[in-house]
Design a protein around this ligand. Sequence first.
Ligand code: BES
Ligand code: ZN
Ligand code: ZN
Length: 509
Amino acid sequence: MNIEFLKNREALHQEDVVVVPLFEEYIEKGFTPYLKMLTRSKKGSIKKVVSVREFTGKKDSTIQFDYEDKDGMIKTIVLYGLGKQDDFDYTLLQCRAAEITQNLIKLPFKSLALNLPWGNKVDDLKTAVKKLFLGISLVTYRFNRYKTEAPKENVSEIKLFVDGLQELLGDKTYKKYIKELATCADTVYHVRDLVNDPPNVLTPEVFKDTILNRLKKRKGVTVNVFDYDMIKKMGFNLIEAVGRASNEKPYLVEIKYKSSKKNVPTLALVGKGVTYDAGGYSLKPGPFLENMHIDMHGAGTMYGVMDLITHHKLDFNVNCYLILAENLISGDAYKVMDVIKSYSGKTVEIFNTDAEGRLLLADAIAFAGERGAQVIIETATLTGAIITALGNHIAGMMTESDALASSFKTAADEVEEKYWRMPLDPTYKERLKSDVADLRNIGSAHIADSIVAGLFLNEFKKKDVKFMHLDMAGTGILKEPYSFYTRGGSGFGVQAISHYILKGDIPFN
Ligand code: BES
Ligand code: ZN
Ligand code: ZN
């Protein structure tokens, strides 16, 4: 969807179709400045239309009418009811904007201009506008790359004018802000494209090149790529074991953002980037192979986060580790019962080659700690069990640190992404005991799979490091769209994690 901001209220007059969302109270009090302007200049008596057609502004009700402007052009006004202002939940504005947009894009027009009267009740107009913009742009994302002919949709362009924003920010800041919003949507689009790309297209190598192309010249950023030879040489034996069977060999990508401030703490981000998970010798049954190209969602998310945050100045360093690999079968694939010495030195007995994500992540978490991080946030599409527990709208969050959990949850709520904390209960560590090695890679029974996976990862962080694991197996890919998330790769996580970092609320001490 093409979305742009109109320069001023007058520009609305040039548009053929203008949509004006209205609270019930606005009908009584006299509309928006734009509608008042129209009424004053006798371009149809809107008040009369509203009264004759009995439009009260009830939630999701619409009326639409045409008028002839002074140049003899036929223009259309669509009034969209938002219900009572007191019932409107501003904390879910992005979700609401997405729902409204879903209704609007079905209208039989090519281009719509929206006059958004958020005025008086919003204390933070900037945030409100961000939510409106992201709600509209994220819900209109489509993945049509591989269709010879893209399905036709009515509306292909939306123009926005938000009452009061330009006055509030001033011209220069306004322009900068609008650009920032577009960048944010563009990153989520980019991440969704990557997640949706089929596994024959997005291989570890192509993913690695995509990252390099976008970030290698970014100011303050360095990208280091460890290829298969380096992975072997450096002792990333778990990564090596998982990635070995495929002809498309694994990569470990390190993206470093260095703050211009000296002696500052470091946050590390880690993402699982399995571009296809067939399960290895613990082969997934047919139906479970579906959608396993999304198993790189974690790496896609963290890459998106790096893409967004490196446009800003931060008071701490951020290192990001993405493990890109395929989990397949071949003559030299790793096997159930293999014992492998991890990068950290701990040995792991393999009981299930389909629990490959935690192996890749274990080596990356140990490396992140070695490179000097006080806090590590990791995300992965790690366990089917998290889908059973929390479904597709809520991601699992696991950490021993209350400070990390609560500060992250607050930030995530602000951008309307849902996370639920699961306990990293130490009694379940028993389940990871192996007869021959330090750890088994899965629990001794299929219970509490998500927590056991979290406990496994927790074993690879250094003692004083705060670690948080986010399981996005349910939220990363969607069979059904909801809120501002579209079907397929959702881009879930990009907003919450980047917002959290930009807020600067991370408990380093
Ligand atoms: N990539 C899967 C997890 C997954 C499942 C992601 C469904 C998205 C949708 C992961 O590698 C996996 O196979 N996990 C196993 C772990 C088990 C063997 C302990 C699982 O959840 O079945
Ligand atoms: Zn797997
Ligand atoms: Zn996997």
